[in-house]
Design a protein around this ligand. Sequence first.
Ligand SMILES: *Cc1c(COP(=O)(O)O)cnc(C)c1O
Length: 379
Amino acid sequence: MVDLKGQYEHIKDRVNSSVIDVIDSTAFINGPEVKTFQKELEAYLDIKHVIPCGNGTDALQIAMMGLGLQPGDEVITADFTFAATVEVIALLQLTPVLVDVEPDSFNIDPEAIKKAITPKTKAIVPVHLFGQSANMEAIMDIAKAHDLFVIEDNAQGIGASYTFADGRKAKTGTIGHVASTSFFPSKNLGCYGDGGAIFTNDDALAHTIRGIVNHGMYTRYHHDVIGVNSRLDSIQAAILRVKLPHLNKYNAARRKAAQKYNTAFNEIPNINTPKLSNNCTAICDTCDCHVFHQYTLRILGVDRDALVQHLQANDIPCGVYYPIPLHLQKAYQDERYNEADFPVTNQLVKEVISLPMHTELDDEQIEFITRTIIEFVQK
Ligand SMILES: *Cc1c(COP(=O)(O)O)cnc(C)c1O
């Protein structure tokens, strides 16, 4: 699905020397590389504060702690996503409220958010799924009307932009009150271990969060709030500093691969290729409206699971993200949910398949993958 080794080969010398430099310096924790990476990412995103932390799941949890959400507060998020989002909501004893997604973008449906709002609702967590922004304009309007926080889960969307109706653009993760991201190795900006970060333009919130990530300390050994221990280590920061200048190029390579997949599947009636949303109409070299963390098809009228087996038999990796709606997962079942409220997610889990997507895909690989799929669905 990914080719981390191929990508590493191009940056090997820089990565290796940066890692050795950190070891030589022995500044393993909170060393200068962490601070410098933080500044560089702030500049890239055009945001006031980046707070590095241990991973993308911690980032979500810390963002929610920083906002002061209290047990029993309701937090609305998407039914069709990775479980980390709902997990941290539940861990903090907040009440997750899962809602359906849009069939074309796979992202949280603003109309479903509106329907789920109650007097207890305190926050919305849109996930920019597969590398494309959720409908942030509609979500921010809803949040404003109901006085809610918006926490963007940008683990899959780093480098993507959102285009507002008036043509203004902003990077995902800089639009809501606070955002989280992950530097897990297979993410679009991945390190060589675990890592994550929180972003915000709010000075006071940034200050609160800087203490939370460090045991609730603002002055050494004075614990003002309950915190956690969550750090990006200096070696990972040094690797991320080598990779960040390549992020736009990496995302462009993903878009190019997506374009080639799209072209091959264009005329095939049983295959729905990924749709662009948010005032964006075409994948092109300069437009960063989709960064294709995953390239995900909907397979119609053909047994998706048989296709998965066929690809495996041909040594083509693929993934089903995600096979089970969160509201049906054992850990997150709740009698408040009604199946009729999740028609899109319930359908998507049967139809979606994600193909290999990374920076090193070549034409020959794409040709083999698309030919194998087309032969199968047209049988
Ligand atoms: C990867 C991911 C996370 C969690 O990130 P980790 O660094 O693995 O903790 C959270 N949300 C989404 C949508 C993700 O894809």
